[in-house]
Write a protein that binds this ligand. Structure first.
Ligand SMILES: Nc1ncnc2c1ncn2[C@@H]1O[C@H](COP(=O)(O)OP(=O)(O)OP(=O)(O)O)[C@@H](O)[C@H]1O
Ligand SMILES: [Mg+2]
Length: 427
């Protein structure tokens, strides 16, 4: 027999400045309008996100608005790093909490009061990032929430990630192409971040917005997931899924989630599969500038199966054949398993991590010179070059120099890609 629990959202969101009050008001979000479906009736003593947050809240700094205004030269356009659905992100400089030592760089995200994302996402981000700790998740340093003369202000202060996002490196032609080995290391790190969220915390966290623009790169090009505004606590023990309005980004969200609103960790696994195809092809999940048949990445790649002779035709031309085709095929197969129609057939993220590690460690069997008919098209003088090079050495330095020359005030794509896709039918 199935048990149904429906928690009504009675409390209005009211965000205040201090951490404990932030916690109190946010309960309305987590116990709010979502329906949780239970597969068998069982009780659990698992702590909730707000409870865990309460324990760790003191680790976050609470900033005044004037501190952050000062840190960003009054939110100067010159310091703007980009803009997403939440609002603008600025580079800033703040002093250590104890006031001693040198200032350090941070990224400051300021909620746009007219934006589609709002308080709920802001609160979710503070709470989730407040309790997680992993080398592949961006660190939240603190926040600011004031309702003052200048209106409602909600800001988040993160560690600064100087090397932009995976999306920038894959699709921005002004930035040199990301080498094959770096692509693999980046998706491995991102997979480890997701596996931690799904499987290694006291509560299960579903990220819900995995995409290449949310994979940021630190000074050593280590990938870190950012943007926890859509993250949700997974179903409690004995429950199969959380039922919620389907939100996310078109092109990345799992079809079963869009259709039913049933959210599980396997929704993230689908999105991960999409990004695997993005690193293979150098194409966005949705390419509106391509011929109609090629606009939807997942539909287009279906015509070039991993085992087929024509598989190489989907590979990113910017890799200039500098990858082992056998490894690329394995990545495509892994992507296909993440993109299984039935959510339960998709691997767990810890399995994805293991597979990626094996793929990365395997000796280069094929290389770009793999002598199969498919490689004939692309035969060139380059074909005998070592496939997995260049690593993070010379090309790295070139890339860093290039990024520096682009100027850090260059604005992001300015696309607001966050979308509420549809309300799920909640029974
Ligand atoms: N911690 C950070 N360090 C450096 N840059 C950052 C940081 N966080 C975000 N950015 C940059 O700010 C820009 C906007 O980020 P944001 O996450 O708000 O939007 P987005 O990911 O592009 O879109 P969406 O709202 O759909 O997530 C991006 O270009 C991102 O690279
Ligand atoms: Mg983002």
């Amino acid at each position: 027999m199935k048990c149904f629990y429906y928690f009504k959202d009675k409390t209005r969101l009211k965000v205040q400045r201090s951490a404990p009050e932030l916690k109190n008001q946010s309960k309305s979000y987590y116990s709010g309008s979502d329906l949780v479906i239970k597969s068998s009736c069982s009780t659990t003593s698992r702590r909730s996100i707000p409870e865990l947050y309460e324990e760790k809240a003191q680790n976050l700094r609470v900033f005044s608005f004037s501190e952050l205004r000062h840190a960003t030269h009054d939110f100067s356009r010159m310091l703007k790093l980009g803009e997403g659905g939440f609002g603008c992100v600025y580079k800033g400089s703040i002093k250590p909490a104890d006031g001693k030592g040198d200032s350090f760089e941070v990224a400051i995200k300021r909620l746009n009061p007219d934006g589609v994302q709002g308080h709920k996402q802001w609160v979710a981000e503070v709470q989730f990032l407040g309790i997680v700790e992993h080398p592949n998740l961006v660190k939240l340093i603190g926040y600011c929430a004031v309702d003052g003369e200048r209106g409602i202000q909600r800001l988040l202060v993160y560690e600064y990630m100087p090397n932009k996002s995976l999306e920038d490196h894959l699709f921005n032609k002004a930035i040199p192409a990301l080498p094959w080995q770096t692509r693999l290391q980046t998706v491995l790190g991102a997979a480890q971040g997701l596996a931690y969220l799904h499987e290694e915390l006291e509560v299960q966290v579903i990220y819900r917005d995995f995409k290449s623009s949310n994979v940021l790169l630190d000074k050593d090009f280590n990938p870190k997931l950012s943007d926890f505004g859509l993250a949700r606590e997974g179903p409690a023990d004995g429950f199969t899924h959380v039922s919620t309005a389907a939100v996310g980004t078109f092109g990345y969200a799992a079809p079963d989630y869009i259709e039913t609103g049933h959210l599980t960790t396997k929704s993230d696994v689908w999105s991960f599969g999409v990004v695997l195809y993005e690193i293979l092809t150098g194409r966005r999940s949705m390419e509106r500038n391509h011929p109609r048949a090629e606009q939807k990445l997942l539909e287009w790649v279906k015509h070039f199966p991993a085992n087929s002779k024509k598989f190489h035709m989907i590979m990113d031309w910017r890799l200039e054949n500098q990858y082992p085709i056998s490894t690329a095929r394995k990545i495509a197969k892994l992507a296909d398993s993440c993109l299984s129609k039935s959510a339960k057939d998709r691997p767990k993220m810890s399995e994805v991590v293991e597979t990626l590690k094996q793929i990365i460690q395997l000796p280069d069997e094929g290389g770009p010179s793999e002598k199969s008919p498919e490689s004939f098209d692309n035969d060139s003088d380059d074909k005998d070059k070592k496939a997995d090079q260049p690593g993070p050495s010379d090309s790295w330095k070139r890339r860093m120099a290039h990024l520096a020359s682009l100027g850090e005030h260059v604005e992001g794509s300015n696309r607001k890609r966050f979308m509420i896709m549809q309300r799920a039918k909640v029974p």
